[in-house]
Design a protein around this ligand. Sequence first.
Ligand code: RRO
Length: 313
Amino acid sequence: MTLQQINTSSTIAEVNLSNYIINASGPRCTTEDELINLAQSDSAAIMTKSCTLLPRSGNPEPRYQTLEHGSVQSMGLPNLGYQAYLDMLPRLKQYNKPVIVSISGLSISDNVEMVSKFQQSEADLLEVNFSCPNVPGKPQLGYDFEQTEKALAAITKLGDKPLGIKLPAYFDMNHFETVANILKKFPIKFISSINSIGNTLVIDADTESTIIKPNSGLGGLCGSYIKPIGLANVRTFRSLLPKEICIFGVGGVYTGIDAFEYLLAGADAVQVATCYQEQGSECFTRLNNELSTILASKGYKDINEVKGKLQTI
Ligand code: RRO
């Protein structure tokens, strides 16, 4: 069997993805040039950087540092403002690839305003970010269950375009169950799990200093460090949510094996952030080849033979 015969295509809320791997909202997806680069890559969709009502330059630099097994960052939501992404959509859609707009309002009313606008746009999916850890004074919505429910009630009644939310990592079974029960009350079509692990501290012992400037050095931890947390979140939400709610697995995908692990845990597709930041868009070609190679070597022809089939001992 050739690698081309392995079916890695997937569907999120009835939107077809030609393969299992897309970029995550985060690096290299803020400007039109970056988004066109994604359109021309092997990423199965074009995901935008989370947008806000107004353009933002983000937090002071240095705000991103590469680590041995990932990165730590406190970008602070730098983006062009939602109107720029609305204006760009017709041009991005010319590439015949799904476009997913990430929305990260600083309040529920900001989210309502932006979701309303994108409901009337050519975007294929809307991902509302409930988990940005890096805006000083703005807690992660996904950790406040009352506000999460309030926000969902407000943003899910604004149109028929499929809506998903980007969740923070959860660590307590009670929290997983509470969040799943809230999600089940609303017509949410997908979750993206997980965002970076917020408010972590990396110290440079040589300089006896923090390594990023914002927020006294606290930032979101990304990359391989967080893969076991991402896998656990995907696996647990897969077991708690109805199968109609799709799951993007996010966190520490650098190789085909990482993507294969998310597949075993039940992810419908994966998103790639730090690896894409470090390696550029060629990583999508490599990841696709590696995932197909693993599937072929194990005798699988289709991702659906593996999805959610993790064995326990
Ligand atoms: O821009 C950021 O600082 C940022 C965002 Br919006 C997010 O959702 N997650 C993250 O780790 N950084």
